[in-house]
Design a protein around this ligand. Structure first.
Ligand code: FAD
Length: 415
């Protein structure tokens, strides 16, 4: 059983169904529904869609060629790298229908999807093992129970299921907050680059904002615009609404990023990062996506990581379910945190350190301003931020980034 039909839950359900597992997905909302997000996918995220056979050529998918970083009076265009492991383009699509596409794709593969079912609590047996969930179904919230040999929590940043079982957030790991709003912007909507601004200031201060602003073109006449900041222990989250307003005042009026061009309200949400919730498996419950804190501490990207963790969990679960309930199955399930560790351990440990000691203090401006005129360094920074390299390395930039990650100890990141 999978709780939540965001990218993590639908990917887990798709891969489980493909493996021949009978899988039930419970989702509290009805589709289409909104999810506060920047709606941007790097080539790594596109790769996950390709792995699932999602058709990304039709209407509604807007391709990007790379990123455009702005820093003061200067800017730099960084094309997505031409790698053997990943596509050479990114995508944007609003979560309004992106999530439904993935959920329907999982359904087409054989998963059973029940929407309008809000899971309220885990069901446990006498030993404390999860054997299903309690839920409120339909408009009247009719109480229902669903049982399954394994439950995957894909319920997003609130992680209610994980919290109910005592899997708490590691407060030493980074956490970010972001606000976003849609604007009608015919001049910017067709752009081929995801735009990121490094030189934003904290409201009423000269200090750099510990994050960045984004303008992601959607290709439908609109752009997704937002500001995200890394949290810092003991510091209050800055007023992001004010930071966004101050930034947008600096943008040219013809871009339409003002109240008159706004399409819908400003919304905010939290970004749990760096695998900040553990254990990722315990007592019959696996955590995927935001519920496990899989968002990258390097750049705030989480859709791809949600899909990757969904696939990883499905692979472990399908293997475990080939064994009868008992210690043999349990041994397989307990390997799941190590699978995540192999995938992200070193990279996230380095990212958690970068986020905690550098980016949460002064953001990207001090670094970018020093290297913006040096293409190889900018390229290296971009590949590090987006986890896009070939391995084995095919050029010097890959080699440096891969070596840096390899030199980072792995285990402490997920323990
Ligand atoms: C402002 C902002 C901007 C962002 N921009 C980007 C970006 O541009 N690119 C990127 O890659 N990432 C971005 N992220 C991160 C990204 O949105 C998340 O990492 C991603 O959505 C995680 O997917 P998920 O499936 O784990 O969780 P979610 O997408 O949150 O899905 C969880 C699902 O579970 C359902 N659910 C919750 N509780 C229950 C319950 N009790 N019962 C049943 N169902 C339940 C929800 O309705 C939802 O459908 C951004 C995040 C924010 C906040």
């Amino acid at each position: 059983m999978v709780v939540g039909a965001g990218p993590a839950g639908s990917s887990a359900a798709f891969h489980l169904a493909r493996a021949g597992v009978d899988v039930l997905v419970l989702e509290k909302d009805d589709f289409p529904r909104e999810k506060v997000c920047g709606d941007g996918l790097t080539p790594r995220g596109v790769h996950q869609l390709v792995r699932m056979g999602v058709d990304v050529t039709g209407e509604g998918w807007h391709r990007s060629r790379g990123m455009r970083w702005v820093c003061g009076e200067r800017h730099v265009l960084i094309d997505w790298p031409n790698l053997a492991r990943f596509p050479d383009f990114g995508l944007t699509r609003t979560r309004h229908d992106f999530d439904e596409i993935l959920a329907r794709h999982a359904q087409a593969a054989g998963a059973r999807l029940h929407t309008g079912v809000k899971v309220t609590a885990p069901l446990t047996d006498r030993t404390g093992r999860v054997v299903g969930v309690r839920a409120a179904a339909g408009p009247d919230g009719e109480p229902v129970e669903h049982r399954a040999p394994l439950v995957i929590a894909a319920d997003g940043a609130s992680a209610r299921l994980a919290v109910a079982l005592g899997a708490h957030r590691d407060k030493a790991r980074p956490m970010a907050t972001a606000v976003r709003r849609y604007f009608r912007s015919p001049t910017r909507s067709g752009e081929e680059y995801l735009e990121l601004w490094a030189d934003l200031r904290l409201p009423q201060s000269d200090a750099w904002l510990p994050g960045y602003g984004w303008i992601f073109p959607l290709g439908d006449g609109r752009v997704n615009v937002g500001v995200g900041v890394l949290g810092r222990r003991g510091r209050r989250t800055p007023d992001l609404r004010a930071a966004l307003a101050a930034w947008l005042e600096r943008t040219p009026p013809e871009w339409g990023l003002d109240e008159a061009g706004a399409d819908g309200p400003l919304r905010s949400a939290a970004l749990p990062m760096g695998l900040n919730r553990r254990p990722q498996y315990g007592r019959g419950l696996m955590l995927v996506g935001d519920s496990a804190g899989t968002i990258s501490p390097w750049n705030g990207e989480g859709i791809c990581q949600a899909m990757e963790s969904g696939e990883a969990a499905a692979e472990v679960a399908a293997l475990a379910l080939t064994r009868p309930a008992g210690p043999g199955r349990e041994r397989v399930l307990q390997s799941y945190p190590a699978v995540l560790d192999r995938r992200w351990g070193r990279y996230y440990r380095l990212g958690n350190a970068a986020a905690t000691y550098v980016l949460s203090r002064s953001g990207f401006e001090p670094l970018l301003t020093r290297i913006i005129d040096r293409p190889a360094l900018v390229d290296g920074m971009a590949r590090l931020l987006t986890n896009l390299t070939d391995d084995p390395s095919r050029d010097a930039v890959d080699h440096v980034v891969n070596t840096l990650v390899r030199l980072t100890p792995a285990r402490a990141a997920t323990r």
